[in-house]
Design a protein around this ligand. Structure first.
Ligand SMILES: [Zn+2]
Length: 105
C-alpha cells in the first residue's frame, strides 16, 4: 500500500507545521527526514535515508531501511528495502526541509 503524502497538508500558509496528532506527527517527521535527505543529494539516483521503516508509525516492527529518490520535479518516491511499504511525497519544494542549493539572483 503506497502512502501518498502532500507535504502542504501538514503546513499552514506560512509553511509552519500545523497542530498534528501524535500519529500524524510521526508520519510528518518521517516525511520531512526523507525530503531533507533527498533534496541534499538531489543529483543521486537513489538515496539511503537514515531512517528505519518502523519510525513511520507506532507499532511497526519492520527493521528495513528507507531508500528514496526524486522521480520527477517535485515528486519524491520512497520505499522500504525489506517490506512492501512505499510512498510518494509532493509539494515539498520550497518548504523548510528543501535543502537544495538555491541560486541567488
Ligand atoms: Zn519495511
Amino acid at each position: 500500500m503506497a502512502l501518498k503524502a502532500d507535504l502542504s497538508h501538514f503546513l499552514d500558509e506560512e509553511g509552519n507545521e500545523l497542530e498534528l496528532t501524535e500519529q500524524a506527527k510521526a508520519v510528518f517527521k518521517f516525511l520531512t527526514k526523507i525530503v531533507s535527505s533527498v533534496s541534499e543529494n538531489i543529483e543521486q539516483p537513489l538515496i539511503d535515508v537514515d531512517l528505519k521503516c518502523n519510525t513511520r508509525a507506532e507499532g511497526l516492527s519492520c527493521e528495513g531501511d528507507i531508500e528514496a529518490m526524486c522521480i520527477a520535479i517535485g515528486i519524491i518516491e520512497w520505499h522500504c528495502d525489506t517490506c512492501e511499504a512505499s510512498g510518494s511525497i509532493s509539494n515539498w519544494q520550497e518548504s523548510m526541509w528543501d535543502k537544495q542549493e538555491r541560486t541567488i539572483h
